[in-house]
Design a protein around this ligand. Structure first.
Ligand SMILES: [Fe+2]
Length: 186
């Protein structure tokens, strides 16, 4: 069965109401806030869409709130890419695929960055491979989408504020529809 934007809406309005692993906001609120910060920074519709959908893999993988404490990495970035591939091109997919690596990268090049991460994000960093080595930093920085991935990561890291008002899901889904490359958008 083909994954559609309607399926995405259903996911966020259903399982997306659950808490975002170890944080004080729901998966839906985290997605909306990520898109909100991207839009506020005048990002492209591709990056706003990537921000909205970057953690959909957590919902699809059925992440539980205590998975990180239990030492489970659900590989959510890979799960997201597998589901979203029929719908979007690389300008949406690549930043999503790289947003975990971007955390490992920023932790390597900016020692202060690590201290700004939430406790849950610091814990998951260890499960995700920890701080990048020099060779990994060089490889990441040479990726065409490195800047987009770092931008997405910055939006992601901010998007954990309880009760922050944002525009509704429909607003951001309309932006996603504008860059969706599938004919099956409804
Ligand atoms: Fe996130």
């Amino acid at each position: 069965m083909k994954f559609t934007l309607n399926d995405i809406a259903d996911l966020y309005c259903g399982a997306g109401q659950t808490l975002y692993g170890g944080e004080a906001v729901s998966q839906l609120a985290h997605a909306l806030q990520s898109a909100h910060f991207a839009e506020q920074a005048h990002a492209s519709p591709y990056l706003i869409t990537a921000a909205l959908l970057h953690d959909i893999g957590h919902i699809l993988a059925g992440q539980q709130n205590d998975d990180v404490d239990a030492g489970i990495d659900d590989r959510h970035e890979s799960v997201a890419i597998a589901a979203l591939k029929p719908l979007f091109g690389q300008r949406v997919l690549a930043p999503i695929a790289l947003h975990v690596e971007a955390k490992r990268y920023l932790s390597a090049i900016d020692p202060a960055y690590h201290t700004t991460l939430s406790p849950a994000s610091q814990k998951s960093l260890i499960l995700q491979g920890g701080v990048m080595s020099k060779a990994e930093v060089q490889r990441f920085a040479s990726n065409h989408f490195a800047d987009d991935a770092v931008f997405l990561r910055r939006c992601d890291d901010q998007a954990k504020i309880p009760d922050l008002p944002t525009k509704p899901l429909a607003h951001y889904l309309a932006i996603a529809a504008s860059v969706c490359q599938s004919e099956v958008v409804a």
